[in-house]
Design a protein around this ligand. Sequence first.
Ligand SMILES: Nc1ncnc2c1ncn2[C@@H]1O[C@H](COP(=O)(O)OP(=O)(O)OP(=O)(O)O)[C@@H](O)[C@H]1O
Ligand SMILES: [Mg+2]
Length: 208
Amino acid sequence: MNPSVRTQDRLVVGLTGGIGSGKSTVAGLFAELGAAIVDTDDIAHRLTQSRGDAIPALRAEFGDRYIDGDDALDRAAMRALAFSDSSARHKLERLLHPLILARAEAELAQADAAPYAILVVPLLAQAPAFRRLVQRVLVVDCDEATQLARVVRRSRLTGEEARAIVATQTPRTERLALADDVISNDGDLDSLADQVDALHRNYLKNSD
Ligand SMILES: Nc1ncnc2c1ncn2[C@@H]1O[C@H](COP(=O)(O)OP(=O)(O)OP(=O)(O)O)[C@@H](O)[C@H]1O
Ligand SMILES: [Mg+2]
């Protein structure tokens, strides 16, 4: 049986949301309840770290100036390029997405002891290829002012920089249109945990 067939045996929920919406916090709460978590951001990070599997292809495509002395992707240089040049961004996505997909599929197949799995895909709305790995889409949503305040508090970004990133992402209404389930993260962490508990019970029912 190939891995894509195996992952269909069990419920896989795609978890998405804008920057700083609360995806990692929500994934942590599902993990505490026993869900398997596969995070495509972590996978992308590993693929592009020192001697990661994507490094040779990145070097061939973009040249040595985007690879640092440790054989890792120079993230700051690549971020600047991708931000200013949409064709370079598309090239980067065409190179990385199939590698991330394959790795995500393998990790989902490996984590088959858990009753269901949560696949964290921040770019799910922009990258439809990931949708074939999931049976449901869960969107973490919050008010844009709350989102910006949390991003600024957590990082060294200014409000202006955070707004610029949000502007490059899929608009909130488009993301919500993909959702089978929505978690509203405008309240406190207790409210978040209550919503995760309720969805967990549903997902357990859907996972047999
Ligand atoms: N309900 C909440 N109340 C207070 N703080 C919160 C709440 N939800 C999330 N946060 C905080 O907001 C920040 C962003 O949350 P988190 O890292 O979970 O978002 P994310 O969607 O994973 O972000 P990214 O897109 O950067 O991966 C974190 O510092 C987190 O601790
Ligand atoms: Mg996160």
